[in-house]
Design a protein around this ligand. Structure first.
Ligand code: CA
Length: 243
């Protein structure tokens, strides 16, 4: 299939943090899109998201034309980035705890887009004014919601809400989830870090997407809105329209 995509991305340090531990990468040819969020509180948060947004694109670009299935391609891209992070940890003991959440969407020919994620960066699909979260967070609260122990409303203010259970930068990346994304013309994808979803509910996000007249305006209005609500964390958004 021939895909026509329109895309944009933006990141902001927010109002509290001194460094931006988020990173994003948009392939100039529109083949893949990545958002990474270096784990908060640790040394090297900006280093680790930087490695992920460098190594994953490098691997995908190198192997793009190979006969390998897209899910395998993504799996190996994540493993390659993970190896690089583990190596960096070994070389720099002060960075030993660094880890990063990552969400990636790839558009390879003759297939629906495929998403891979680990941690708490999210992929949403916006279709006919409805926003749907495609990825599942690998967090303590997401697990507790699933188990019926807390409600989504309680999760938004829970003291463990920042606890990420799986990320790149660990020997095991047990939660890596790779899935096809159902997408049709007119749909929009949103990849984001938790600095956005910490401040804005899904309803808020849908409203800002609805109000914006361009993709760039949508990205900047989401970031500004998250800052108006407190901007407590770094905020990153990547938007992709299927035209
Ligand atoms: Ca974050």
């Amino acid at each position: 299939m021939t895909l026509k995509l329109n895309f944009t991305g933006s990141t902001d340090v927010g109002l509290i943090a001194s460094t931006n531990k988020d990173a994003y990468y948009i392939d100039p040819e529109g083949r893949f899109f990545i958002v990474a969020d270096g784990n908060g509180g640790y040394e090297g948060g900006d280093v680790v998201s930087g490695i992920a947004t460098q190594k994953i694109p490098a691997y995908l670009s190198e192997k793009w034309q190979s006969s390998r299935d897209s899910d395998k391609l993504l799996e190996f891209a994540f493993l390659t980035a993970n190896e690089a992070i583990l190596q960096e940890q070994q070389d720099n003991p002060e960075l030993a705890d660094m880890g990063t959440s990552v969400v990636v969407v790839i558009f390879r020919s003759r297939e629906s887009p495929i998403c891979a994620n680990v941690g708490n960066c999210r992929l949403y699909r916006w279709r006919e004014s409805q926003l749907e979260q495609i990825t599942e967070d690998h967090t303590w609260v997401a697990k507790a919601i699933k188990a019926g122990d807390i409600t989504p409303e309680e999760a938004r203010v829970h003291s463990f809400r920042h606890l990420v259970l799986s990320c790149l930068g660990r020997e095991e990346i047990a939660s890596l989830k790779i899935q096809p994304v159902d997408l049709k013309v007119g749909d929009r994808l949103l990849l984001c870090s938790d600095g956005l979803t910490e401040e804005l509910t899904d309803r808020n996000i849908a409203d800002y997407l609805q109000q914006a007249s361009t993709l760039e305006e949508a990205a900047s209005s989401l970031i500004e809105a998250a800052k108006e609500k407190g901007g407590k964390d770094n905020i990153t958004v990547v938007l992709v329209d299927l035209l």
